[in-house]
Design a protein around this ligand. Sequence first.
Ligand SMILES: C[C@H](N)C(=O)N[C@@H](CCC(=O)O)C(=O)O
Ligand SMILES: [Mg+2]
Length: 364
Amino acid sequence: MKIVDVKLGMLRVPLITPFKTALRTVECVEDVVVMLETDTGHIGYGNAPATAVITGDTHASVIEAVRSVFTPLLLERNVADLNQLTRQIQGAMINNTSAKAAVEIALFDLFAQSHQTPLYKILGGGESSLTTDITISVDYIDKMVADAESAVERGFEILKLKVGKDIGLDIERIKAVYSAVKGRALLRLDANQGWTPKEAVLAIRGLEDAGVLLELVEQPVKASNLEGMRYIAERVRTPIMADESVFGPHEVIQVINQRAADIINIKLMKTGGISNALRIADIADLNDVDCMVGCMLETSIGVSAAAHMAAAKAPVVSKLDLDVPSLCKFDPVVGGATYKDADIILNETPGLGIEKIEGLQLLA
Ligand SMILES: C[C@H](N)C(=O)N[C@@H](CCC(=O)O)C(=O)O
Ligand SMILES: [Mg+2]
């Protein structure tokens, strides 16, 4: 199966309610979609959102990287040479992890299609039924409580509360949501780098002493502050998770060696795709460090690829934050994994199983 064309498109999906974190507010999911076409008439799909504030990638940078660097590398190449191709994609340029992810996702989709096997089975198999949390955006306390209540009514048993805006208000937000959903849902926090190490220790210890049970706290301080992450992890009982601090395998080794976090959040848009995500899961596994598989605010193309990878890497991947399809007004992707509130069911059709994408605007 040879790659004969690389096409690009834009895909926009409105959110039910604005997504608000300490880093940004977003009203709409918008991806560059990569389509790799083969001489056998197959299409492999991949996607990349513009999460400039985390990855540095914009839609323009993704389009440019795919056109000028990855397309010449992929044309006329055989999909069967997967490992050689992913190595070349990773080595072709530094950074640009979202563009690399889009291309790798499409390539893995084709590789699994060429074996007429669902992606998660090509990656090693696992359970086809998965459960995700849902994100509650940082907002006014009443709004966060109402959003948490309605998420619990939809059947979500784990809520990821976005905080990191103002430490005093954050503590009030967390306590209010905790008393509203106590016994019905478990809370995890994501500060998206918004606290200082001292603030984080004070807040987390205060919550522990007040009997507020938290599953974990994600990325409390600046991505580059591994010392700060370690300072917190050493002083609180609640597990600390590294998200923005960890992109590829080298950072994971650093975080583990420095004991800067208890858990790693793997996202394809940070790792540059599936090959490094698999490596990270193996490194974490060897070091008895637990992983979550998460996603950016991106369409279900990438979320599904992440879900397939997560299924194949259980049990070291024990947590999922793959909630974007539940945050969107509709899913334009026809075929493939299905999303119903907290439940994700992986497809038994080859690859990602995507039949078509509605509303996709092809780029000239
Ligand atoms: C969407 C997911 N639940 C999530 O929170 N992902 C990121 C932020 C993604 C973004 O800003 O696009 C995270 O920080 O974990
Ligand atoms: Mg995060």
